[in-house]
Design a protein around this ligand. Structure first.
Ligand SMILES: [Fe+2]
Length: 149
């Protein structure tokens, strides 16, 4: 299959996402470090795992940018920190939504490069799951179930 080189706009968008994945790596790690109280029993590991996943996404993305003829950024997106679990989850939801939107922008710019689109779609599916989980954790999304009578 012919290799399709990426446009400057696509590379810039992928680099924007890379900086967000670096930011997510640090933000989740910081939430892992700072969370205290009984909630730490359940959520410390959640933040730890999400930090590692964001780091893996960053590494994959940097390699992909090089394959497409670009240079990976070393910039890290702004990191937000908090001391309560609810604030942390709200910050993480905002961050995940931004990353998802940027991945979708990259997908749009990848028109004509089906292989890259498939690759992006795999990540977009995972990022969407993160957003949906965080929407539930922050109770932004609640089911409309009513008790059976
Ligand atoms: Fe990610």
């Amino acid at each position: 299959m012919k290799i399709v080189k990426a446009s400057q706009e696509l590379l810039a968008t992928l680099n924007e996402v890379l900086s967000m994945e670096y930011g997510a790596t640090v933000q989740y790690a910081q939430h892992h470090f700072l969370l205290s109280g009984p909630e730490r029993i359940n959520f410390s590991n959640f933040f730890d795992l999400n930090s590692k996943e964001a780091h893996l996404h960053a590494l994959n993305l940097g390699s992909k940018i090089v394959s497409l003829g670009g240079v990976p950024t070393t910039q890290i997106a702004p990191v937000h920190q908090a001391t309560t679990l609810s604030e942390m989850l709200a910050q993480d939801l905002t961050m995940e939504r931004s990353a998802l939107a940027a991945y979708v922008r990259a997908w749009e710019l990848a028109e004509g490069n089906q292989i890259l689109r498939f690759w992006l779609e795999d990540i977009i599916r995972l990022e969407q799951l993160h957003v949906e989980e965080l929407e539930k954790m922050t109770a932004e999304q609640q089911s409309k179930v009513t008790a059976n009578t």
